[in-house]
Write a protein that binds this ligand. Structure first.
Ligand code: PMP
Length: 380
């Protein structure tokens, strides 16, 4: 039986999500902008999903915009905030360990639009020091961006501390949080986070790929990227993907009551994995255990390159990631930012848990890892 331990890359869609997608394809297939009955039903499907995402973020459903995924949300938020708030204030402060869907649009603003960008480096445990971040923000800053949980190491960032300080001192500065790896794992209350924009993705929470949502605080003006029919209150033109959105809502509803149980289960599984790994002298753990999501564990198998071990595990139907799936084998900028030496970074493996991961699966992983190390180390 396959052991899937790459849940930070994507998750297996849950049954309620799949049925909602199916129902919206075969029955409730209307266009939510149509005025007839099928359109109204499709619109109701959107409303129901919007309420579910809003409940999970503790906000008004009016603040939720659906898009094609977190990449689109992050691009819209960053470029859209820079357009409206960055005419005179030309500075952006961002963590140095953001996902490319944040880092790249910011690099674009730096290279093409004349913004000054300050990138705040994390310490060895993967965490950004809130003070470093706060010190870099001034009255010329139009945007700050800090992710909630790093997708490669699991490090939880002090977003609330940073944003509360920024909003108190510079209320016009936009605060943006990519919460993709924290959503439905850590509790998120939009108001308490002091975030103007919060970005989440469906396929990391047992929904289908190609749908995401962003919370935009009331009164904040983000310029939309797409022009057209004015759907999503003008924030995101294009006919809404009702099936994917309904599936996202259904997945969130089914996760809501069990978030805490799932989190403590993940903590136990991580502790079990780390205990087993600590007995293997060739393993270096790159993730911290404090202030770190239990769902993501990054470690290096010294002397064996990531892809080699990844494919060995794959040959035994165990699926993990090397660094992050998005970097497709490229050198991890996150691991180098936290000071992991290149050699160790080249042998990094990321294991990411789901709510259903069992101790038995961890036993299998560690057994095959040991077997793999013994056979691969010999052939070196
Ligand atoms: N941000 C983070 C932290 C992520 O892990 C990912 C997914 N790899 C994204 C953004 C992009 O999400 P999506 O696939 O929905 O575009």
């Amino acid at each position: 039986m396959a052991v899937y331990l790459d849940n930070a890359a994507t998750t297996l869609p849950c049954e309620p999500a799949v049925s909602a997608v199916f129902d919206c394809m075969v029955e409730d297939y209307g266009n939510p902008s149509s005025l007839h009955k099928l359109g109204v039903i499709a619109e109701q499907r959107l409303t129901e999903a919007r309420k579910s995402i809003a409940a999970a973020l503790v906000c008004d459903p009016q603040c939720i915009t659906f898009t094609s995924g977190a990449t689109e949300c992050n691009n819209t938020a960053i470029i859209g905030a820079a357009r409206n708030y960055g005419k005179r204030k030309k500075k952006i402060v961002v963590s140095a360990i953001e996902h490319p869907s944040v880092a790249e649009p910011i690099k674009y603003l730096e290279e093409k639009e004349g913004f000054e960008v300050v990138r705040i480096k994390p310490s060895r445990n993967g965490e950004i020091a809130a003070e470093d971040f706060i010190d870099a923000v001034d009255e010329n800053t139009c945007l700050v961006s800090c992710m909630m949980v790093n997708n490669e190491t699991g490090a939880i960032q002090p977003v609330r501390r940073i944003f509360s300080h920024v909003k108190r001192n510079f209320p016009d500065c936009i605060t943006h949080c990519d919460a993709v790896q924290g959503f439905m794992k850590l509790p998120i209350k939009s108001a308490e986070l002091f975030a103007d924009v919060i970005v989440v993705s469906g396929h990391k929470v047992y929904a289908v790929k190609g749908v995401g949502a962003m919370y935009i605080r009331k009164g904040i003006r983000i310029a939309p990227l797409l022009m057209g029919g004015g759907q999503e209150k003008g924030m995101r033109s294009g006919t809404e993907s009702v099936p994917l959105i309904a599936g996202f809502g259904a997945a969130v509803r089914s996760l809501m009551p069990n978030m805490n149980v799932a989190y403590s289960n993940a903590e136990q599984i991580r502790a079990y994995l780390l205990k087993k790994l600590s007995k293997l002298e060739y393993i270096t753990v790159n993730s911290a255990t404090e202030n770190s999501s239990p769902y993501i564990i990054n470690f290096s198998v010294r002397g064996i390159r990531s892809e080699i071990m990844l494919h060995y595990l794959e040959s035994k139907e165990i699926y993990v990631s090397s660094g992050s799936a998005c970097s497709k084998g490229a050198h991890s900028s996150v691991l180098s930012a936290i000071g992991v030496p290149d050699k160790l970074a080249d042998s990094a493996i990321r294991v990411s848990l789901s709510r259903a991961t069992t101790m038995g699966e961890i036993d299998l992983l560690v057994n095959v890892l040991q077997e793999g190390y013994q056979s691969l180390a010999k052939t070196k």
